[in-house]
Design a protein around this ligand. Structure first.
Ligand code: MG
Length: 301
């Protein structure tokens, strides 16, 4: 199950991709015509809040749809009037971000001494979020060092405090891709990361949320390209703090809630790691890809 938030003729709706990922099924239309046992969610946040009830309803609805003509309940993904939005266009909280979670990236940002001993966390403001194919503002009046960080993001599905590592996957609804665009000069100048990480449009997210059931046993591999040139390549096996460790450490004293988003860190190969640095320029096209999660594409203004 791959869930999307999309706009069709200016109206925002939620949907899911069909098996071959060519069509977006309009979930609201399916739920309405089938007759539904639960409240029809108007956003993926509301759907995630419903948890297993929502997943069950989707499963039953897809069986119902099997006996009907899917064309009446879906749009082509590449239809010009259909626009994918970020799956969660406006998160309720800041986006949680793990910093320096790949040793080679920690070293390229400084030295071996920068490999963290404990989880390093910062956040991005909810106003940073944009979807795939949307433009990242260059903020040229305040930064000349805009950089990319391709990352896998976790979407929390269940409220949890003091989550045990061995139970961590029970709390995950799914995964998406995220580009933790960073103004390196602001990140350094202001010491705390927040300003340099929270400029408007600097959190492209999507293209959809892949339900956890589809990637259960996968070793996700991520790559980032700029103008077609491979810059970053990594695997979740290289993370210093694994996904269960991240959830467990965060939740020891802070409750995680449905819809919370956690970016898990970026592999080496960011622009500032090159000598000379390869910062983003106007017109640059960035692609973050994980085969199981899709491709997140954005252009710099
Ligand atoms: Mg990052």
């Amino acid at each position: 199950m791959r869930f999307v938030t999309f706009e069709y003729k200016g109206e925002q709706r939620i949907g899911m991709l069909n098996e071959d990922q060519t069509r977006v099924i309009d979930l609201e239309k399916v739920f309405n015509e089938k007759g539904n046992n639960v409240n029809i969610p108007s956003s993926l946040l509301e759907a995630i809040d419903q948890g297993e009830t929502f997943i069950h309803e989707v499963t039953v609805s897809m069986d119902w749809l099997e006996a009907r003509n899917i064309e009446n309940y879906s749009f082509f993904l590449n239809e010009p009037e259909l626009k994918l939005l970020a799956p969660i266009p406006r998160p309720r909280k800041n986006i949680f971000c793990v910093g320096k979670n790949y040793a080679a990236h920690a070293i390229e940002m400084g030295s071996v001494a920068d490999i963290p001993e404990h989880l390093l966390m910062f956040t991005k403001a909810p106003t940073t979020v944009i979807g795939t194919e949307e433009t990242v503002l260059n903020h040229a009046h305040i930064t000349s060092q805009l950089d990319y960080e391709g990352e896998i993001a976790i979407i929390i599905g269940k409220k949890g405090t003091a989550i045990k590592e061995e139970e961590a996957f029970d709390y995950i609804f799914g995964y998406t891709l995220l580009n933790d665009i960073t103004a390196r000069d602001l990140q350094k100048k202001h010491k705390q990361f927040f300003l340099g990480k929270s400029l408007d449009t600097t959190c492209p997210m999507g293209p959809w949320i892949t339900h956890t059931s589809l990637v259960k046993d996968s070793v996700l591999e991520i790559e980032t390209k700029v103008n077609g040139e491979l810059r970053q390549k990594g695997s979740i096996e290289q993370m210093i703090f694994s996904i269960p460790t991240i959830l467990s450490v965060i939740s020891q004293g802070m409750t995680l809630e449905p819809g919370d988003i956690i970016a898990t860190g970026t592999p080496s190969g960011v622009g500032s790691g090159f000598k000379p640095p390869k910062y983003l320029k106007s017109g640059d096209q960035i692609e973050v890809r994980v085969d199981e999660l899709g491709v997140l594409k954005n252009t710099i203004q």
